[in-house]
Design a protein around this ligand. Sequence first.
Ligand code: 13P
Length: 249
Amino acid sequence: MRDYYIAGNWKMHKTRAEAAELARSLAGQLKDGKHRYLVAPSFTLIETVAAVVKGTNIRLGAQNAASEEQGAHTGEVSVLQLKDLGVETVILGHSERRHTYKEDDALINRKVRLALRHGFEVILCVGELLEEREAGRAEAVCEAQTVKGLEGVAAADLGRVVIAYEPVWAIGTGKTATPEDADAIHAYIRGVIGKLYGPDAAGRIIIQYGGSVKPENAAQLMAKENIDGALVGGAALKTETFVPIAKFS
Ligand code: 13P
């Protein structure tokens, strides 16, 4: 069976002192947690958080990475630099990268392949805008983002890929997809993986849900057949809200 995987995307929040405090508190409260855990702080916080989570059951993630290994790329951070800090996982294709910073599928795919080549686990985010959902295009959008994001990814590397379904209209809005609607898209994405990599790979791939996950809705979402975890934004910023999600029952 698939393990539940609960990840906190801290986005552009916290100072080093605040990040260290949150990481310490999570490490203490999740040490007997039964699922897989990850925190993804801003680049400037990674070294601080790395020192705290080292040797715990919390993996260290980054929220983005450059599409090139090194060179003249002002303002970018490379997978080599992230590896040097102990980062094991990179979140790629987040909707804020796609829509606010105009990252397209081709760029995201280059990042995915580079990160996998360097041994990282990749959380590839997909999800439709409200107008795409209203136009009945949610499945098609998620399929295209999944197929294009994984172009050229070998079956042997798929074990290090996690998909996060994050409907854009549910991110930071307090509106969560119903467990049934989310599960339907997760099942669809699992089918897409099946078409690309076969039924075994489809059965194994972890698909997280993201978008206003809270302590109050985590258990209902996780109860669904195709929902294997969560990518949590706002509620990941406090122990009081992340821990109950991470320890949902
Ligand atoms: P919220 O949980 O704040 O809606 O954010 C979700 C998200 O974008 C996680 O990557």
